[in-house]
Design a protein. Structure first.
Lengths: 299, 79
């Protein structure tokens, strides 16, 4: 069996698969998944408080206790059906075959899809405020989004940047406590119901253009950094055309983690399971591996 | 043993920076670590020489790699 993705769902599935003595390959671009960029976790049972990277380190150590093959640093580019099972192709040309596959590829930050964004990625455009925030000390920056991630990024940046522009398509939708804190900051300007139209800059970000949705007026704000915090999209391209996806691109699974393709299972944030939580993803990974075990036994 | 000059520009909160450094350590690679959250001279160097505003930025003999990509690091370091 092949498990694609090594976040909480994939790593838990790997442990369950190994304990059922399924010949398992865990294939992933990176170990850890989204919790790597989460700071404090207070709702993963067994730990009253733990940092995301530390929890994933513990997951990783637990996986390593079991005899299963791991290939990290390999992104999967294609998945196809064979007569008996599946073939998975990785981005460095390798291919692997399995009788069953569990997709646990999670989600990634949603891009703005505006001119200038792609070329200035890593040159002022960032999707990881916790990583890159300190680089923008004493600069003017824009934070894009109105939910909790955007508010957290804005709250962090008002402490280090000269000025923060918070640009949101909608009114702020995050927790009240964060909203209040951000609204009170003296070096923050709010642009609600504004959309980003373009990012300007040659070798690095120089400005952002935003449009007022009500009046249509376009403003140009000079900034050195842009933090994009507008939600996540599922990494489900791999099964596009193979498994059913819902309207937001999540893989549709039933309550036993089965997709519409026999032998193809999915777990965690990439699926339509409600609530994207580490504890939920881990549980879903366990369920997927157990159901896959039952499927393999019946072959 | 690699004799290449390896510089890592990182921030304390960045998980991929930690991974990258752990990867280098596990493979016995000696590197210089610059905390660009505090070291403004290193930050300027990263921005002006490498044209990067993202961490980790890793320079191997002057060649710039952005982000933690195990396969690319292995190739550049000849591991």
């Amino acid at each position: 069996m092949i498990i694609i993705g090594a976040g909480p769902a994939g790593m838990t599935a790997a442990v369950y698969a190994a304990r059922k003595r399924i010949d398992t390959l865990l294939l992933s671009k990176e170990l850890g998944g989204q919790p790597l960029t989460t700071t404090g976790i207070e709702n993963y049972m067994g730990y009253q408080y733990i940092e995301g990277p530390e929890l994933m380190q513990k997951f990783e150590e637990q996986v390593a206790q079991f005899p299963l093959e791991q290939r990290m640093g390999q992104g999967v580019v294609a998945l196809s059906r064979l007569d008996a099972g599946f073939e998975v192709r990785a981005d460095q040309g390798e291919s692997y075959q399995g009788k069953a596959v569990i997709i646990a590829t999670g989600k990634r930050p949603r891009p703005l899809n505006v001119p200038g964004e792609e070329g200035l990625r890593g040159r002022g455009v960032t999707y990881c405020a916790i990583c890159d925030g300190p680089l923008f000390a004493s600069m003017k920056v824009a934070v894009i989004g109105g939910g909790n991630s955007a508010l957290e990024a804005a709250d962090d940046m008002v402490k280090i940047a000269e000025h923060v522009y918070l640009v949101s398509l909608t009114p702020l939708t995050g927790d009240q406590i964060l909203t209040d804190r951000v609204r009170d900051a003296s070096n923050l300007s709010l642009f609600l119901e504004h959309e980003v139209v373009e990012i300007d800059g040659s070798s690095r970000v120089e400005a952002i253009k935003i449009r007022d949705l009500k009046t249509g007026e376009v403003k140009r704000l000079e900034v050195g950094g842009i933090f994009v915090e507008i939600g996540l999209i599922p990494n489900s391209e791999l099964v596009n055309g193979l498994a059913h996806l819902n309207s937001i691109g999540e893989i549709e699974v039933n309550c036993a983690n089965e997709t519409n393709i026999p032998g193809l299972f999915a777990a965690g944030d990439v699926t339509n399971v409600p609530e994207k939580q580490i504890v939920v993803a881990a549980g879903e990974g366990a369920k997927a591996a157990l159901r896959a075990h039952r499927y393999l036994q019946r072959l | 043993m690699s004799t290449k000059e390896v510089k890592v520009y990182s921030t304390p909160g960045c998980p991929w920076c930690r991974r990258a450094k752990r990867f280098l350590e596990d493979n016995g690679i000696t590197y210089q670590d610059f905390n660009v959250a505090e070291d403004s001279a290193a930050r300027e160097e990263m921005i002006n020489k490498c044209y990067q505003l993202a961490v980790p930025t890793i320079c191997i003999d002057g060649e710039v790699i952005v982000g933690f990509n195990e396969a690319v690091l292995k190739e550049k370091l000849g591991l």
